[in-house]
Design a protein around this ligand. Sequence first.
Ligand code: ZN
Length: 329
Amino acid sequence: MSELHKFIFEGLPVRGVLVRLTGAWTEMLQRRASNSTTGAYPEPVQQMLGEMTAAAALMQSNIKFNGALVLQIFGDGPVKVAVAEVQSDLSLRATATLVGEVAPDATLSQLVNVHNQGRCAITLDPQNRMPGQQPYQGVVPLFGDQGEKIEKISEVLEHYMLQSEQLDTRLVLAADDKVAAGLLIQRLPMAGTGNLAGSMVSKENEDEIGLNEHYNRIAILAGSLKREELLTLDVDTILRRLFWEEQITRYPAATGDTAPRFVCSCSRERVSKMILGLGVQEAEEIIAERGDIEVGCEFCGQQYRFDAIDAATIFKAAEHQPPSSPSVQ
Ligand SMILES: [Zn+2]
């Protein structure tokens, strides 16, 4: 089961979140792998997208916001775009679009920052947007302070949190073909400052950045967590191993119905309506040419296939509906 755990360090201005995506992550991988047009993600892309998805869940759970948090990387290499989207209720989906060959040992910059044009964007899209209201978006380049190419998603986002939100953050991320997981440790902002929606930052908060010894100690402990541990150990063991000398207070975990879970709004019925929209003639032409109609969901990779009989059934069903009836939901 996928799960998300929040905790605070008692008496200290430091909080943490730990997420482990299992079923939610493998569901996405399976959809992609069974898509005959795209095939499965190459391993380096799988790792990048899994880390992005875990990070997006951590960031969404860490803010008070009703809407979608969308983490995107626009690449200039074989990965054109990678997207992870997490709603306030922790339902999530992720996908990546590839335009070139991915080497089996490709680094992050070899995937998305070959010509120094890659960038990362974080968007907060409110659920009930007012007319004319724009979603909040922050963009960061994929370079460090010395102009070096960043090779870890966690470092990209740590930079983002510090530069855009004035929040000291330590992130540890890992993903393989079974688990996408992450640990976030953050120094609590001074009252009323430094939230992801971009409020004013007080002088005191700026002065404290990087100076808090408690945060620094805990961040170093968090940074000692190894990829293998994050992927294989349960949450209790991870927290005990890292922070056994600290006093941690844990909040009720997001598990079961409230756990992070895969949700995509695509369905066979929706695709049927799309085919209906093509018209019977065009649908028959595609089937004559290719044998069937294949439609892949651009948000999750799920592929829907309709052969001649499926298509005929769709158009026949439509005939039996009164012409003025509104389209089926
Ligand atoms: Zn979908």
